[in-house]
Write a protein that binds this ligand. Structure first.
Ligand SMILES: Cc1cc2nc3c(=O)[nH]c(=O)nc-3n(C[C@H](O)[C@H](O)[C@H](O)COP(=O)(O)OP(=O)(O)OC[C@H]3O[C@@H](n4cnc5c(N)ncnc54)[C@H](O)[C@@H]3O)c2cc1C
Length: 391
């Protein structure tokens, strides 16, 4: 082996890459000086995301000794899952149901925590290509070549790692649009009787499904530089892409106008989310994938807690591979599938195939309005709370 710059190169300093490094440092501290994270941007960097953190994310961070309440945030007391304005409402009497952060602030905070634990992050380096060789991985960047014993692909939905190591693996990608607006005082009623201000609650509305948009419209409270705002968006798994669909922005415009906002007055931003499919490979010898590169939650495109969870599992796999001096990562997928994260991802993938392909209005009505107690309990038992069974 020649010119190894570091043993472990992590490509991307988002939640999945930083979580992998933080878990390695926690469980295998002797590996800390052997880790190097390469990140193309400079923190705090912009990242399009609604920033909804579920409790599982906080549980993982707490186990790393990190308190996310240090990051500017908005607490959501009640989260609504609706079909055309009515449905299930979730509340956790002990804590918030969702904590909404801004990703530039959250990711920069997490990167600082990693650096304070001795993890090296090199910013402003873009990875261009990867070549897995017999006993090392060559990483080609805009700043020259590096050699690593192993590589972690934590470079997100559009990342280069997956394209280089698994070029033929199928890709399932959701389309997502997001808009930020000012908030309005609550309660406040529009001329047509719609509620303008929606307080501190978060909303998911599945009304676009019968129109072949296999997803939902959301509306969260948020803050930008301390100023209260609302974050709106639309998510489409693309599961009904073969059917005739309206433009993705149409349901978002419809929902916003019900609450007194004109979409045309705001800047719309879009980014894909690569979602998890149990058939997809997640590693090759000497390289493994975490976070969106491996696949986010397909139902909601929820990926921050999932990215943090991938980091915990990848760190175990990497730590043991160094103990055994075996970098095949042949057990990584199995380890993932039997973990709480793998179980929730599989369950969510299965639910996605049902909830979005049975797209009829009467079914969505039944699910979110009539069966709401069952849906609530099933969600609590099988979709959330997986982080306690992470390994
Ligand atoms: C509009 C939208 C709204 C969302 N809302 C939510 C939400 O409310 N809650 C939630 O849980 N999830 C949400 N998500 C999903 C969430 O943003 C992702 O799942 C999460 O960011 C995945 O983390 P990651 O670390 O895998 O990837 P990323 O956060 O994408 O991080 C990848 C990192 O790799 C770097 N990188 C990429 N390519 C290279 C390269 N070639 N060389 C070097 N560095 C590179 C990037 O700069 C970046 O820092 C949303 C996503 C979108 C698009």
């Amino acid at each position: 082996m020649t010119n190894l710059e570091r043993d472990i190169f992590i490509l991307g300093a988002g939640p999945s890459g930083l979580s992998t490094a933080l878990h390695l440092a926690q469980h295998y501290p002797h590996l800390t000086p052997r880790i190097r994270i390469l990140e193309k941007a400079h923190h705090p960097r912009p990242k399009l995301c609604a920033g909804g953190l579920v409790l599982d994310a906080e549980v993982i961070l707490e186990r790393l000794g990190l308190d996310v309440s240090e990051v500017p945030h908005v607490d959501v007391d009640r989260t609504h899952f609706e079909f055309a304005g009515k449905g299930l409402s979730l509340r956790n009497p002990l804590r918030q149901t969702l904590r909404v952060i801004r990703r530039n602030e959250f990711d920069a905070w997490l990167a600082k925590k990693a650096q304070s634990r001795g993890i090296e992050i090199t910013e402003g380096v873009t990875v261009k290509n990867l070549v897995v060789e017999k006993d090392c991985v060559r990483v080609d960047t805009d700043q020259g070549q590096f050699w690593a014993r192993i590589v972690v692909g934590a470079d997100g939905s559009n990342g280069i790692t997956r394209r280089c190591i698994l070029p033929d693996s199928p890709v399932h990608t959701a389309r997502v649009l997001e808009v930020l607006t000012p908030t309005l005082p609550s309660p406040n009623f529009s001329a047509t009787g719609g509620v303008l201000g929606r307080g501190q609650d978060a909303y998911f509305d599945f009304f676009p499904v019968p129109a072949n948009i296999a997803g939902y419209v959301w509306d969260f409270p948020t803050q930008v530089n301390g100023v209260p705002m609302r974050c709106w968006g639309v998510y489409d798994t693309n599961l009904l892409a073969d059917e005739k669909r309206p433009q993705l922005k149409d349901p978002l415009a419809q929902e916003m106008s019900r609450h007194g906002f004109n979409l045309g007055e705001y800047e719309i931003k879009g980014h894909p989310i690569r979602w998890y499919d149990p058939k997809n490979p997640v590693s090759v010898p000497r390289a493994l994938l975490v976070g969106d590169a491996a696949g986010a939650d397909p139902i909601f495109g929820e990926g921050i807690s999932i990215a943090l969870g991938y980091g915990a599992i990848a760190a175990r796999e990497i730590g043991e591979s160094f103990q055994r001096n075996d970098y095949s990562f042949s057990g990584y997928k199995h380890r993932l599938m039997r973990s709480g994260l793998g179980q929730t991802l599989f369950t969510r993938w299965f639910i996605t195939q049902v909830v979005y392909t049975l797209k009829w209005r009467w079914f969505q009505f039944l699910l979110w309005r009539i069966l709401k107690p069952i849906v609530g309990i099933a969600g609590w038992l099988f979709v959330l709370n997986w982080s306690k069974r992470i390994h």
